[in-house]
Design a protein around this ligand. Structure first.
Ligand SMILES: CC(C)(COP(=O)(O)OP(=O)(O)OC[C@H]1O[C@@H](n2cnc3c(N)ncnc32)[C@H](O)[C@@H]1OP(=O)(O)O)[C@@H](O)C(=O)NCCC(=O)NCCS
Length: 399
């Protein structure tokens, strides 16, 4: 951890002349803790959950198993898996009062604001809230994962003027999300693709929302408070909001032939192209590679709209990689191809970021439980660069 020594230099009345320490804006490049949850290799474009490469997990596993892996640090045997998966199903029910909150906020607030409020409200209906043991935090994590999924599907239903429906015990986690959103079972292919998207978004080391989860939890608040902070942080377009923004750009481009001109002119105007660039990856995001393959494989069964969006996305990707990839290290990230995939699954743009929160919930909880094992309040320093020892002038004498 970087230590900034503020005792060097001298301070004079009205003027600060302390030697300025090295400041890492945005805490860039700072290690603040050790973790065994996730390894992110930004140079080689590799991502591991608990030591397993993301490529292996997305090919062989499922979201329920990945949740178990992240929380417990190992793959479950069959019995452990069955108990865990059925707990996720049985905890998916929402308290009536939380359904009312969602209903009331649905047409007034941003879906991320509704989600943040509803998840925070869950604490009022969870008897384990005052219990900070690991067992209780595991139980609360399972409830948070299950109920966040139901909350997001219900936000979608209320925004469509439809009513809350309960999950079905015979469906997978991904299958239930689609069922609760649409009111009918979706194709197995769609359930599988959503399952893969959930796995790919489940965890990503000390990203902004996970860090913010830890900052809140490290005060020894509780897991509901901590993940509520994570949801608040995920909302912004520099983080979880990028997939919706990237899709909006593809829609604004309109036709594939407009792509190059649109991107060139945005770059000339110093605009950021959403879904590109990353604080840690200076190469192709491995999750984007996987999503791109699935997006391409869906083309034959996709609507004209999705084929059009895909064609725009592929042309934009080529141009950006040629222009900024090798020269500036700006490559597609997980958010770039997600929009067309979610569109193909019938998920509306306003639910992209809330759905990201559904998938990231196990990552937030796993990190929080791990951090609490050797908790230390997170409290970095800021270097004060304003004047000091100013004279207090009474209000009547101020100009
Ligand atoms: C994710 C992100 C915030 C990381 O940014 P960062 O590490 O702080 O990088 P910086 O903001 O310092 O950018 C470095 C340079 O790359 C450029 N750049 C970064 N992302 C860019 C993008 N998406 N499009 C165009 N230029 C970009 C910056 O303008 C800057 O250029 P300069 O050196 O000429 O000023 C940034 O890449 C971004 O805004 N991406 C778009 C949002 C997004 O997709 N977020 C999801 C991340 S998973």
């Amino acid at each position: 951890m970087l230590v900034i020594n503020l005792s060097v230099g001298t301070e004079k009345r009205g003027h600060l002349s302390v030697d300025e320490p090295t400041i890492n804006l945005g805490l860039e490049g700072i290690y603040f803790t050790k973790s065994e949850v996730c390894k992110l290799d930004g140079i080689n474009g590799r991502l591991y959950y608990r030591g397993y490469p993301i490529e292996t997990l997305s090919k062989n596993s499922n979201f329920e198993e990945v949740c178990y892996l992240l929380l417990y640090g190992k793959l479950p045997n069959e019995e452990e898996f069955n108990i865990f998966a059925s707990a996720l199903k049985s905890e998916s029910e929402l308290p009536e009062q939380v359904i009312s909150i969602i209903k009331d906020m649905s047409n007034k607030a941003h879906p991320m604001d509704t989600l943040r409020t509803a998840v925070s409200a869950l604490s009022a209906y969870d008897n384990d809230v005052p219990d900070s043991s690991i067992d209780a935090n595991m139980r609360k994590s399972v409830r948070l994962i299950a109920k966040t999924c139901s909350i997001v599907a219900t936000i979608g239903r209320f925004r469509n003027g439809e009513s809350y429906i309960r999950s079905k015990p015979n469906l997978s986690f991904a299958g239930n999300f689609l069922y609760m959103l649409n009111g009918s079972r979706q194709s197995q292919q769609n359930e599988k693709i959503l399952d893969i998207m959930l796995m790919l978004h489940a965890e990503h080391s000390s990203n902004a929302s996970t860090f913010s989860t830890l900052v809140a939890g490290a005060t020894l608040s509780d897991i509901h408070a901590a993940v509520t902070s994570g949801i608040a942080t995920l909302k912004g377009p520099l983080h979880g909001g990028a997939d919706e923004a990237a899709l909006a750009m593809m829609r604004a481009i309109g036709r594939p032939d407009n792509t190059e001109e649109y991107i060139e002119s945005a770059l000339e105007g110093k605009k950021r192209i959403m879904g590109f660039g990353h604080r840690v990856y200076k190469t192709y995001d491995p999750r984007a590679r996987i999503i791109k393959v699935y997006l391409e494989s869906m083309q034959d069964s996709s609507s004209e709209e999705v084929r059009n969006l895909t064609s725009i996305a592929l042309r934009a990707e080529k141009l950006m990689v040629d222009k900024l990839g090798k020269t500036k290290g700006i490559w597609p990230n997980v958010d770039f191809f997600s929009g067309p995939v979610y569109t193909a699954l019938g998920i509306p743009g306003y639910l992209f970021t809330p759905l990201f929160a559904v998938s990231r919930m196990p990552g937030w909880c796993a990190h929080m439980i791990e951090y609490w094992k050797s908790n230390r309040l997170i409290r970095p320093l800021e270097y004060y660069s304003g004047p000091i020892d100013l004279e207090y002038i009474p209000m009547e004498n101020r100009s």
